[in-house]
Design a protein around this ligand. Structure first.
Ligand SMILES: Nc1ncnc2c1ncn2[C@@H]1O[C@H](COP(=O)(O)OP(=O)(O)OP(=O)(O)O)[C@@H](O)[C@H]1O
Length: 227
C-alpha cells in the first residue's frame, strides 16, 4: 500500500504540490484539471522527483529517498502518459525487454498476450506501427510483466479510440481482483470513480476534495472541479 502524506514537491524553485495527502485504497483515482499537479504526483510516487516535505511509504517502508529502480524492485510499476514503446522493436521484443532474465519470463509474456488479444495478433509488428490504443496496451503489459503490487497509470485512455478505451478500462477493473493496487490519473471522471475505491481532486497543487469512489461521487467531484 502506497502512503503519500503532506507532500510538498516541484521542479527546482517552482513548488507544484502543496501539502498533498492521497487517500489509501486498492484503486485510487487522482483527478483535476490540466496543470493541477497529477503527473507530478505520480512522478513523485515512482521516485522521479523527490519531495521537499512529506512522507512517502510503501508497504510500511519509508521509500522517500529510494531511486525509481529500487521502487520497481519493491513492486511498483509506472506507465507514463503517451503510450510509450520502442517503435523500432516488435511488440514481442518490447515485451521480451522486460521479461528476459525473469525466471518465469515466457509465462509472464503469455499471460499478457492472453489479456490483450491485439498484442498477440500483432506480436511481430513493430510497435511504431500499432495504433495508439494498442501501444498503450503494450505499455501496460510491459509494466504488468514486472508483477507489480502497485501499478501507477497516467491517463491510460487519453487520445485512444473508444473500443480500446473500453478494453483498457476493463483491464483496470480486473487488476484489483488480481491483487494489484492501482494509482490512476484519468480524465474520464465517470470511469475513474467507478473503478476507484477512493479519489483525490487536485486544484493548483492543493487537495480540493477527497472521498470514496462510486458513481454517486461524480456530481460532488464535478462541483469541486466546477465543470
Ligand atoms: N519538468 C517540469 N519543470 C517545470 N515545471 C513543470 C515540469 N513539469 C510540469 N511542470 C509544471 O507543474 C505543474 C503541474 O503539472 P503536471 O503535469 O503535474 O499537471 P497535470 O495535472 O498532470 O496536468 P496534465 O493533465 O496537463 O498533464 C504545471 O504548472 C506545469 O507547468
Amino acid at each position: 500500500m502506497l502512503e503519500l502524506t503532506d507532500i510538498e514537491a516541484g521542479y527546482g524553485r517552482t513548488q507544484v504540490l502543496h501539502g498533498v495527502t492521497v487517500p489509501t485504497g486498492k484503486v485510487v483515482a487522482v483527478l483535476g484539471h490540466n496543470g493541477a499537479g497529477k503527473t507530478t504526483l505520480l512522478r513523485l510516487a515512482i521516485g522521479l522527483i523527490k519531495p521537499s516535505k512529506g512522507r512517502v511509504f510503501f508497504d510500511g517502508e519509508n521509500i522517500a529517498s529510494l531511486a525509481p529502480n529500487k521502487r520497481v524492485a519493491r513492486g511498483m510499476a509506472y506507465v507514463p502518459q503517451g503510450q510509450q514503446a520502442f517503435g523500432q522493436l516488435t511488440t514481442m521484443e518490447n515485451l521480451q525487454l522486460v521479461a528476459d532474465g525473469r525466471r518465469r519470463g515466457k509465462t509472464l509474456i503469455d499471460a499478457q498476450l492472453a489479456r490483450f488479444p491485439a498484442l498477440e495478433k500483432f506480436a511481430t509488428r513493430k510497435a511504431g506501427l500499432l495504433s495508439g490504443g494498442q501501444r498503450q496496451q503494450l505499455a501496460i503489459a510491459r509494466a504488468l510483466i514486472t508483477e507489480p503490487k502497485l501499478l501507477i497509470l497516467d491517463e491510460p485512455t487519453e487520445g485512444i479510440q473508444p473500443t480500446i478505451v473500453a478494453e483498457i478500462e476493463h483491464t483496470i477493473m480486473q487488476l484489483a481482483g488480481e491483487g494489484i493496487s492501482v494509482l490512476l490519473v484519468e480524465q474520464h471522471i465517470g470511469f475513474a470513480l467507478e473503478a476507484a475505491e477512493r479519489y483525490v481532486v487536485l486544484a493548483s497543487g492543493f487537495v480540493a476534495q477527497t472521498g470514496e469512489g462510486g458513481s454517486a461521487a461524480a456530481a460532488t467531484v464535478r462541483a469541486a472541479m466546477a465543470i
